[in-house]
Design a protein around this ligand. Structure first.
Ligand SMILES: [Cu+2]
Length: 150
């Protein structure tokens, strides 16, 4: 009888320890801030230099692209992400992040706008400017958002 009680208390103690050690509680999501600028790198071929080649492979006198700096960010699932985007180059940018419901956020030259979202799923996603979508508009202007599990 005493041996049975001893076993019982021992088992209860082990279960209690498993509950305490095995359950660290909810994972705390972080709030992460990124300071992003818009840029417009460009190059014009000078006399005597090799011609500049555009993305289509054609020789052109001048190339230019709109881009975000940084070009990519890494966050964890469930983080609150605050992108502080400063339009330094380009008369206007229209920010879209389809994966996280960000749509039509207009930023005019000189403005800084904060766009926030919860990164509620893992994967690789694009932030793009719908004013500079493709080669005909000096794009695609994109930033890549990598969301990783904790
Ligand atoms: Cu743009």
């Amino acid at each position: 009888m005493k041996l049975t009680r001893l076993w019982l208390f021992g088992l209860l103690g082990i279960f209690g320890l498993m509950l305490i050690i095995g359950n660290p509680g909810p994972v705390q999501a972080d709030e992460k801030d990124f300071y992003v600028v818009t840029v417009e790198p460009k190059w014009t071929a000078k006399k005597g230099e090799a011609p500049v080649v555009g993305r289509t492979g054609a020789k052109v006198k001048k190339i230019e692209r709109y881009a975000f700096i940084p070009g990519s960010i890494v966050v964890n699932v469930d983080d609150v992400v605050n992108l502080h985007i400063h339009d330094i180059k380009g008369s206007k940018h229209i920010i879209e992040i389809p994966a996280f419901g960000v749509k039509g956020e207009l930023i005019n030259r000189g403005e800084e706008k904060t766009i926030s979202f919860v990164a509620d799923k893992a994967g690789a996603f694009k932030m793009k400017c719908s004013n500079h979508l493709d080669l005909t508009k000096e794009g695609p202007m994109e930033m890549y958002i990598y969301v990783v599990d904790r």
